[in-house]
Design a protein around this ligand. Structure first.
Ligand code: COA
Length: 697
C-alpha cells in the first residue's frame, strides 16, 4: 500500500467536489509518479487521465485501488480488483458496519472477497492514506502534510484530517497518515508492524477507540518499541468496568485497566490528550533518547522555573546536581544575584551572553542528561540570538536532549522558526515541556528492557483441572465450590490449606479429625459467594463437638438468609496461622486475555483499592513490579521492625495464576482473598479461592 507503482481510483468522478473527484485530484497533486487509472463507466478522461469503465479493463497490473463508489457497488469493484491481482484496497466509501446490521453484512461480504484474493483492506469508511515520501495522497484529506518522520494512524477520520491541517501551522511533518475507518481487515497492529520497518518513520502516533487483537497488539508493539517510540491516545478512558462481576478483581478492573497494562507491558507511551500526543511526537522526532535522566533547567524567570521544578517532581524526574566545576564557573561568570544551582536563574535582565555562559557550562557537565531552557520576554531579552546560540550548542552536544519553552507571544515568532529549523522542540508553557521530557525519560527505560522475555512455566496437573471443570459444567454451575478451587490451585502448585467437602455430620467430624484441629467450617454453595456476610463461616474449632455445632449453625444461617441457595454441604478447612493478608486475582479481558491483580487483601479491598494489574503471561520482573506499585509493598518489606515477608512466594503464586488462566480459557474470574503471606522463606497460603467459569467457552 505504501509504495505502489500504479493506482486505480474506482469511482473517480468528473464532478468537482465529489469525493471521487477530490481523491483523484489529491493523488495527482501529491506528485505521485506512477500510473493512475480512474474507473468510471461514463467517462473517457478525468483530470487529464484516461478513464476505464471497469477495473478489468486497465492496461497493466496495479498494486493499489482506492474505492469511492457507492456502498452497493463496492463488492463488484472489489471482486474485479481481486481478479486483476491488486494487493491493496483502500475503501473510503461509508455505509458499512457503522450504519447497522445490513451494513455489517455488506462489510462481511467485502472482507470475504478481500480474503479470497489475499487483498489487504484499509477501511471501509475511512479518509484514506497518505505517504509523503512516495509521494501519494490517496485520501480526501484537505491537505497534504509536509514531509517528516512522524507516522500517524487514526481510527477517527475527522480527527485525522483536523490534525493534518493543524500540523502545517505547527511546523510538524509526517511520513505517513493512515485513516483506519472500520478496521474490517487491517488495523492498528498491522500498521504499527509495517511502520516499525519503515525507514522514513521514527515515531509512531496512533489515536484508537479500541484495540481489535489485544494479544497480537502487545507482541507487535513490544517489538516495535524496542526500535522506535509508539505513542497512543486511546479514548474511552472513562468507560467503567461495568461488567457484572462476581469477584473483587472483576469489579475493580475496568476495561481501561487492561489497556493501561497492555501499554505498560509493551512499552507503548500513552498520551492523555491530543495535545500530549503531539507534544510527545515533537520531542521524539527531534531529540535523542537521553543517556542520563538528570535535568538541568536554565531560565530568566523565577516563577516558570519553580513550575517546571514542581512538574519534574510530579513526574518523578530528577534535577541534576551540578559538578563542582560547574558551580564554580557559574558563580564566577554569572551576576551575584543569579541562582547558580539547578534551576539556574540568569535573572530577568539576561541577554544572550548570560544565557550562553549558563547553557555552555551546563552542557559540559556530565551530571546533566537533559537541558530545559525556559525564556520569558523582557525588554532586554535577545530571543533570536539566544536560540541561535542554543542551536549551535545542540550541534556540539548532539547526544543531550534540549527542550525549550518560550513563554510569550509575538516577540518569539522568529525564534520559534529558528528553533523549528534546527529541530529543537519548543512548548508554549514550561510544564508541557516537562511532560514531554518525562516521555523521553520513560522511553529511555523502555529501551533498557531485555529483548527476550522469559515467561516461567510450571509443571501442573492439567488433566485433573480439566476433569474438575468438566464436572462443574456438567453440574450446570458457573461458580466453583471451595474444595474444587483449592484442588485446582493445588494442581498448579499454589499452596492451599487442606480443604474438604463434607455432606453429612459424620463426614464433617471424620474430615476434621483427618485434617487435624483447629479447623474452620464454611458453607458450600455456588449461590453464596460472600459466606461471612450470612454467618456461613465458623473459625477456630478445636473439637468434634465444636465442628458439629458449627456445621448446624452455618446450615441454618444459609437456609434462613438465602433460602433458594443450592447447598452442597460444608467445607472443612485447616486453620492457618496469621500473616499479612493480600489479594491475588484474575479477570479475563475479551481483547487482552487474563488480567492479573495484586493488592492488599481482606475485607477492605474494594474501598482501599491498593491494587495493581498486569496481563498474563508475564515475567518474574513484571510480577515483582506489580508488588512495587502498591502500598502493600511497603508492608511486605517489613515496617516497624517486622521482618520482610516472603515476596518470592507471592511472585511465584502470581506466575502460577497467570499460567492457570492462560491454560484454561473457561476460567473467567478468580479471587484469592486473602492469600496469607508469611516471613521470608515461610511461603504463602491461599486461604479463600474463588473461581467462576464461562460454560460457553
Ligand atoms: N465503478 C466505477 N465508477 C462508478 C461505479 C462503479 N461501479 N458506480 C458509480 N461510479 C461513479 C459514478 O458514475 C460517479 O462518477 P460521476 O460523478 O462522474 O458520474 C462516481 O463513481 C461517484 O458515484 P456517485 O453515485 O455520484 O456517488 P457519490 O459521489 O455521491 O458518493 C461515496 C460516493 C463513496 C463518496 C459515498 O457513497 C460515500 O460513502 N460517502 C461518504 C464517505 C466518507 O465519509 N467516508 C468516511 C470518512 S471518515
Amino acid at each position: 500500500m505504501f509504495n505502489p507503482s500504479r493506482v486505480v481510483v474506482a469511482g473517480a468522478s468528473r464532478t468537482r467536489d465529489k469525493i471521487g473527484y477530490e481523491v483523484l485530484r489529491s493523488i495527482i497533486e501529491s506528485g505521485f509518479r506512477g500510473d493512475i487509472y480512474p474507473i468510471n463507466p461514463k467517462a473517457d478522461k478525468i483530470l487529464g487521465h484516461k478513464s476505464y469503465p471497469n477495473v478489468s479493463e486497465i492496461p497493466d497490473h496495479a498494486d493499489l485501488a482506492v474505492v469511492v463508489v457507492p456502498a452497493e457497488s463496492t463488492l463488484e469493484v472489489a471482486e474485479n480488483c481481486g481478479e486483476r491481482n491488486i494487493h491493496g484496497l483502500i475503501t473510503i466509501t461509508a455505509g458499512f458496519k457503522e450504519v447497522g446490521p445490513d451494513g455489517a453484512e455488506l462489510e462481511e461480504e467485502l472482507l470475504k472477497i478481500c480474503k479470497r484474493y489475499r487483498m489487504g483492506l484499509l477501511g471501509p469508511n475511512c479518509v484514506g492514506m497518505i505517504d509523503t515520501y512516495s509521494p501519494l495522497n490517496a485520501s480526501f484529506a484537505p491537505c497534504m502534510p509536509t514531509q517528516g518522520d512522524i507516522a500517524f494512524i487514526s481510527q477517527s477520520g475527522a480527527l485525522g484530517t483536523a490534525i493534518l491541517e493543524w500540523s502545517a501551522k505547527e511546523r510538524i511533518g509526517f511520513s505517513k497518515f493512515i485513516s483506519l475507518g472500520n478496521k474490517a481487515d487491517l488495523d492498528e497492529t498491522d500498521f504499527i508492524d509495517a511502520l516499525s520497518r519503515d525507514p522514513r518513520t521514527s515515531v509512531i502516533l496512533a489515536y484508537v477507540e479500541n484495540i481489535k487483537r489485544g494479544r497480537e497488539f502487545i507482541k507487535v508493539a513490544r517489538k516495535t518499541t524496542l526500535k522506535k517510540p509508539v505513542v497512543l491516545l486511546k479514548s474511552g478512558v472513562s468507560e467503567s468496568g461495568a461488567r457484572a462481576a462476581s469477584s473483587h478483581t472483576g469489579s475493580i478492573a475496568g476495561r481501561d485497566v487492561s489497556y493501561n497494562s497492555a501499554f505498560k507491558q509493551s512499552g507503548v507511551l500513552r498520551a492523555n490528550s491530543i495535545e500530549e500526543l503531539f507534544d510527545y511526537a515533537m520531542v521524539f522526532s527531534t531529540q535523542p533518547v537521553p543517556r542520563n535522566d538528570r535535568i538541568a533547567i536554565v531560565t530568566n524567570a523565577g516563577g516558570p522555573g519553580i513550575i517546571a521544578t514542581d512538574a519534574c517532581e510530579s513526574y518523578g524526574l530528577k534535577l541534576a546536581s551540578f559538578g563542582i566545576d560547574t558551580i564554580e564557573k557559574l558563580g564566577r561568570d554569572l551576576p551575584s544575584n543569579a541562582s547558580i544551582y539547578n534551576p539556574v536563574d540568569v535573572i530577568g535582565d539576561a541577554k544572550a551572553d548570560r544565557f550562553e555562559v549558563a547553557l555552555d557550562t551546563i552542557m559540559e557537565d556530565e551530571n546533566v542528561g537533559i537541558v530545559l531552557l525556559i525564556m520569558t520576554p523582557q525588554i532586554v531579552t535577545e530571543p533570536k540570538k539566544t536560540v541561535r546560540m542554543l542551536s549551535e550548542l545542540h550541534q556540539h552536544f548532539p547526544e543531550k536532549p534540549i527542550v525549550t519553552s518560550l513563554m510569550g507571544g509575538d516577540s518569539f515568532y522568529e525564534s520559534l522558526n529558528i528553533l523549528s529549523s534546527h529541530h529543537i522542540p519548543c512548548y508554549p508553557f514550561a510544564d508541557r515541556a516537562v511532560t514531554s521530557i518525562s516521555a523521553l525519560v520513560r522511553y529511555a527505560r523502555v529501551l533498557e528492557r531485555p529483548g527476550k522475555l522469559i515467561f516461567p512455566r510450571y509443571d501442573a496437573n492439567k488433566p485433573f483441572v480439566r476433569r474438575v471443570l468438566k464436572k462443574v459444567a456438567k453440574d450446570d454451575r458457573n461458580v466453583l465450590l471451595g474444595h474444587e478451587t483449592t484442588a485446582i490451585a493445588k494442581a498448579y502448585g499454589i499452596n492451599v490449606p487442606p480443604t474438604k467437602l463434607a455432606t453429612t455430620q459424620e463426614e464433617a467430624i471424620e474430615m476434621a479429625d483427618e485434617i487435624g484441629y483447629p479447623v474452620t467450617v464454611k458453607i458450600s454453595s455456588p449461590n453464596i459467594i460472600h459466606k461471612t456476610d450470612i454467618g456461613g463461616v465458623k473459625v477456630g474449632l478445636s473439637s468434634p463437638d465444636e465442628v458439629k455445632n458449627a456445621r448446624s449453625e452455618v446450615l441454618v444461617n444459609a437456609r434462613r438468609l438465602v433460602p433458594t441457595a443450592d447447598v452442597y454441604g460444608v467445607e472443612i478447612q485447616k486453620m492457618i496461622p496469621k500473616g499479612l493478608e493480600l489479594i491475588l486475582g484474575m479477570s479475563r479481558d475479551p481483547q487482552f486475555g487474563p488480567l492479573i491483580m495484586f493488592g492488599l487483601g481482606g475485607i477492605y479491598v474494594n474501598f482501599l483499592r491498593d491494587v495493581s494489574f498486569r496481563l498474563a503471561p508475564m515475567t518474574e520482573e513484571t510480577a515483582f513490579e506489580m508488588m512495587q506499585e502498591t502500598k502493600a509493598y511497603t508492608l511486605l518489606r517489613g515496617v516497624r521492625g517486622e521482618s520482610e515477608y516472603d515476596m518470592d512466594a507471592v511472585v511465584d503464586t502470581i506466575l502460577r495464576i497467570s499460567q492457570l488462566s492462560l491454560e484454561f480459557k473457561e476460567l473467567i474470574e478468580m479471587d484469592i482473598n486473602p492469600i496469607v503471606v508469611y516471613s521470608k522463606g515461610d511461603g504463602v497460603s491461599a486461604l479463600d479461592v474463588k473461581m467462576t467459569i464461562d460454560r460457553e467457552v
